[in-house]
Design a protein around this ligand. Structure first.
Ligand code: ADP
Ligand code: GLC
Length: 466
């Protein structure tokens, strides 16, 4: 079976968040089940550099009013195709947030649909709004290629004005409630959710949450209506990238049996973040600093965290007021709170390998990957009970402790009160070394590989093609 996986980012070439990790890991997750995946991404400048000398396999003279080429290459052991359209993707600034994003990602989707239809693919797998018009193009072209739409985050929908509709090159029939029209404008994600034969999202809990208006962000009615076609398949982690036994970003590698070795990594974190040694746990945060991630609430709890004997090493970037709040907390608590504003892949590995616990107080979290990396690294997750966080972390309550299965700490609401309580529970558990070590080992021994989820995607594809 040949699948074209279409997305706006893919690790290791270009990454701003978990989407890239998942798109990068899918080909290996699917290969054991007889699925041959080709990944398609835009030719941003960093991608273009990696594709020097790549073969041109197709050309468009007028793709959304511009010239474009398709380059074929490899990403690790996998097939990669890149949409090289300099007018759209070869520019300075971030991946997203350009005034013509609608044209950039409509071009990606249009090209992907052409490639899937002419290139002998059985199925197109579209990830998030940037790829979401592809199932619509396939549907209105009446091709036999099936499509799956995966929602990695329903908060990002790609909503634009009605005036762009004519430029999309879709038939008039697509302008309607069961097509691309969304609250009087064009909705990219909405269009993909209507057109795809199946919808998936990245955890079972999130799949049920987005049927409610608290999480569905306006699309809950559509999700509910297509309920039988909505599947929650939890993300895995790539063991070649996230494994403390072989991780070259760690000064000291280790296994669940030799957790004492984490100490050297902790010293390295303390040094980098200007932290004084201490008896309490060293917390970390590796995150976009946004409302979704509950970072405003965490900022309110930092004085309490330090007063209770904790320390914090934070790596992240995002909303300016949140960045300021964390920098101010670091200034108030020298030696106790260290903050790095920025994006740093190796440092994120060091933090997982050296800190004691990772804080993830998200208001919603489709899956979340940093708690999975924390579990694999013995960096105990302290998480809000929502989405994939609820599905992957076992709270250290009395029953879980008695059964010997606890892997972390959960809190119900994302409020100062709830989060403070979870931080206190973590600090108390850390003071009992045997208990702490058991929680760490439970997490490290849990299975977060792609084995089961890879099989579920493959089964879903097969059910659509049969
Ligand atoms: P989201 O995609 O919503 O941001 P995830 O938990 O799914 O959340 O994925 C975030 C990914 O981005 C993880 O791989 C995490 O390690 C990484 N990450 C987030 N912020 C940073 C940062 N400042 N530096 C390095 N890696 C980061
Ligand atoms: C999104 C979600 C995150 C998820 C990731 C990969 O960025 O916010 O929860 O882990 O996609 O699926």
């Amino acid at each position: 079976m040949r699948v074209l996986s279409v997305a706006s980012e893919a690790f290791p070439l270009v990454k701003t968040g978990g989407l890239a990790d998942v798109v990068g890991a899918l080909p290996d997750a699917l290969a054991p089940h007889g699925v041959q995946t080709t990944t398609m991404i835009p030719g941003y400048p960093v991608v273009g550099k990696a594709m020097k000398g790549a073969k041109v396999v197709r050309r468009w003279t007028d793709l959304m009013d511009t010239e474009a080429r398709l380059l074929a290459g490899r990403i690790g052991d996998h097939d990669l195709i890149v949409l090289d359209a300099p007018a759209l993707f070869n520019r300075a600034g971030g991946l997203y947030g350009h005034a013509d994003d609608w044209r950039r990602f409509a071009a990606l989707a249009r090209a992907a649909a052409d490639v899937a239809a002419d290139g002998g693919y059985d199925l197109l797998h579209a990830h998030d709004w940037q790829a979401a018009l592809a199932p619509a193009y396939l549907r209105y072209a009446g091709t036999a290629v099936r499509s799956v739409m995966t929602v990695h985050n329903i908060a990002f929908q790609g909503q634009f004005g009605a005036d762009i509709f004519p430029a999309l090159g879709l038939p008039d029939a697509a302008w309607g409630i069961d097509g691309v029209e969304y609250y009087g404008g064009v909705g990219f994600l909405k269009a993909g959710l209507e057109a795809a034969e199946a919808i998936t999202t990245v955890s079972p809990t999130y799949a049920s949450e987005i049927r409610e208006n608290r999480f569905g962000m306006g699309l809950e009615g559509l999700i509910e209506a297509r309920g039988a076609r909505v599947h929650g398949i939890v993300n895995g982690i790539d063991p070649a990238v996230w494994n403390p036994e072989i991780d070259t970003a760690l000064p000291q590698r280790y296994t669940a049996r030799a957790l004492g070795r984490r100490r050297a990594n902790k010293r390295a974190v303390e040094k980098m973040f200007g932290l004084a040694p201490g008896d309490g746990p060293l917390f970390t945060v590796i995150s976009r600093l946004t409302w979704q991630k509950g970072m405003d609430v965490l900022a309110h709890c930092l004085d309490m965290l330090v007063a209770a004997g904790g320390r914090l090493a934070l790596l992240g970037s995002g909303d300016a007021p949140l960045e300021q709040a964390f920098l101010a907390a670091a200034a108030r608590h020298p030696g106790k709170i260290g903050v790095r504003i920025g994006y740093d892949e190796p440092l994120s590995h060091l933090l997982q390998g050296g800190a004691d616990a990772i804080l993830i107080p998200s208001r919603f979290e489709p899956c979340g990957l940093t708690q999975l990396y924390g579990l694999a690294y013995g960096c105990v997750p302290v998480v809000a009970r929502t989405g994939g966080l609820a599905d992957t972390v076992i709270d250290a309550n009395e029953a879980a402790l008695a059964a010997g299965v606890a892997t972390g700490f959960q809190h119900g609401d994302v409020s100062d009160h709830s989060l403070s309580h979870a931080i206190m529970r973590t600090i108390r558990a850390y003071a009992r070394p045997d208990l702490w070590c058991t929680i760490q080992r439970n997490g490290m021994r849990a299975d977060f590989s792609w084995t089961e989820s890879g099989r579920r995607y493959a089964d879903l594809y097969k059910s659509l093609i049969a």
